[in-house]
Design a protein around this ligand. Structure first.
Ligand SMILES: NC(=O)c1ccc[n+]([C@@H]2O[C@H](COP(=O)([O-])OP(=O)(O)OC[C@H]3O[C@@H](n4cnc5c(N)ncnc54)[C@H](O)[C@@H]3O)[C@@H](O)[C@H]2O)c1
Ligand SMILES: [Zn+2]
Length: 357
């Protein structure tokens, strides 16, 4: 088991990472003085796979838990579902001291976190992430939100959890596509801030894909540490936190152009390679390092390029992006593996060039 803390003054909290952690949730909550009544927010599939472990652990620790299930899917990140949860919390007489436990992936974490931030002006939030993406990215940092209208994550808050318990054994039941999604964010973390993590991924990819406990714990820990460090320097996203968007500017264009048929991780993978290739063309990033990145992304089971015909659609989607103005955009560009800069040097035409290959 590994631990790290996210240091944000009075909003500081611990992230614990390891196998079998759900079974210890009750003990952790007692340690923080949270309870005796708690509310778990999850979805049916995650509850079926992992709910019982959590419920047993809470009961053993003398906590009484009620589980609220929301249906599967990104569309549940809505004000409507939040409204239903507020009703349920009122019906259960949940108080300001009643903690909400978010058991699931990023969808559950963002939704339950948003409800925790707003119900009675805020109740304690505990993140129990069960996807690789949620363990390395969304459960840490306090961004909670629902989607509204056409826009994603546009109604939300910065609301830090009191605790994050990342149970790496829960990842064993994750579908391969979801695991690959998370691996893309792990590779992102390595490129933006940890060259040793990158080397570890290169050397241990088979164990990681084979879900070996120690290797998983290592990559979740190292990625979480990078996210925590960025959040500590820029809790409310004033600029520095943008480094976490490495691969995401082009990635969003790819997701949009595909009508969201291409998964987030796959899109980010291609986006990271595009940004790295742009950086190489600008003379900032070495050709050998670009080749290493491409080899790792490929070995991780993620795509390295888009089919030629799609490039026009991707560029069109990027031109529509409000963050991209006058053909120039802010891109996170690697200077080395483990070191990036934020630059507005690159033009859209250069992105087109590298995507076309
Ligand atoms: N708050 C942030 O900082 C932040 C950062 C990145 C992404 N996000 C958000 O996260 C969301 C994506 O999160 P995600 O990738 O975890 O997707 P997700 O929450 O939809 O989970 C993916 C799928 O895996 C299932 N699942 C979860 N855990 C499982 C397990 N252990 N075994 C089997 N199946 C399991 C879920 O039911 C779902 O079908 C998006 O809404 C995105 O906006 C937020
Ligand atoms: Zn992402």
């Amino acid at each position: 088991m590994k631990k790290l803390s996210v240091n944000l003054g009075s909003r500081s909290y611990e992230v614990a990472i390891g196998s079998g952690l759900l079974a210890q949730a009750g003990r952790y909550l007692n340690g923080l003085g949270l309870g005796p009544q708690v509310v778990i927010i999850t979805n049916p599939e995650v509850r079926r796979l992992h709910g019982q472990k959590l419920e047993e652990s809470l009961a053993t620790a003398g906590l009484s838990a009620i589980t609220l299930e929301v249906a599967e899917g990104e569309e549940q990140k809505s004000l409507e579902t939040a409204g239903w949860l507020y009703n349920e919390l009122s019906r259960l007489s949940a108080e300001r001291s009643t903690p909400i436990l978010a058991l699931g992936g990023g969808v559950i974490g963002d939704l339950a976190g948003f409800v925790a931030a707003t119900y009675m002006r805020g109740v304690p939030l505990v993140q129990l992430p069960t996807t690789l993406l949620a363990q390395v990215d969304s459960s840490i940092g306090g961004k909670v939100a629902v989607n509204h209208g056409q826009l994603k994550n546009n109604i939300g808050a910065f609301y830090q959890p009191r605790l994050v318990l990342s149970n790496t054994s829960a990842l064993k039941t994750l579908p391969a596509r979801e695991f690959a999604n998370g691996l893309a964010e792990v590779i992102k973390s390595a490129v933006i801030g940890d060259g040793n993590l990158f080397a570890f991924l290169e050397a241990n990819l088979d164990s990681i894909k084979g879900q070996e406990g120690e290797a998983l714990e290592e990559i979740v820990f190292r990625s979480a540490r990078i996210k925590a460090a960025v959040v500590e320097k820029d809790e409310t996203d004033q600029g520095l936190r943008n480094v976490l968007n490495f691969g995401h500017t082009v990635g969003h264009g790819i997701e949009t152009a595909s009508g969201f048929m291409i998964g987030h991780g796959a899109a980010v993978a291609i986006g990271m390679l595009a940004a790295a290739a742009v950086s190489q063309r600008l003379g900032l990033f070495g050709e050998d390092e670009l080749a290493r990145l491409k080899a790792l992304i490929h070995a991780a089971g993620l795509p390295t390029e888009v089919s030629g015909g799609k490039v026009k659609d991707i560029l069109a989607a990027m031109r529509h992006d409000k963050k991209i103005q006058g053909g120039r955009m802010r891109l996170v560009l690697p200077r080395a593996i483990g070191d990036v800069i934020i630059s507005d040097e690159a033009e859209l035409s250069l992105v087109e060039e590298v995507l076309t290959g």
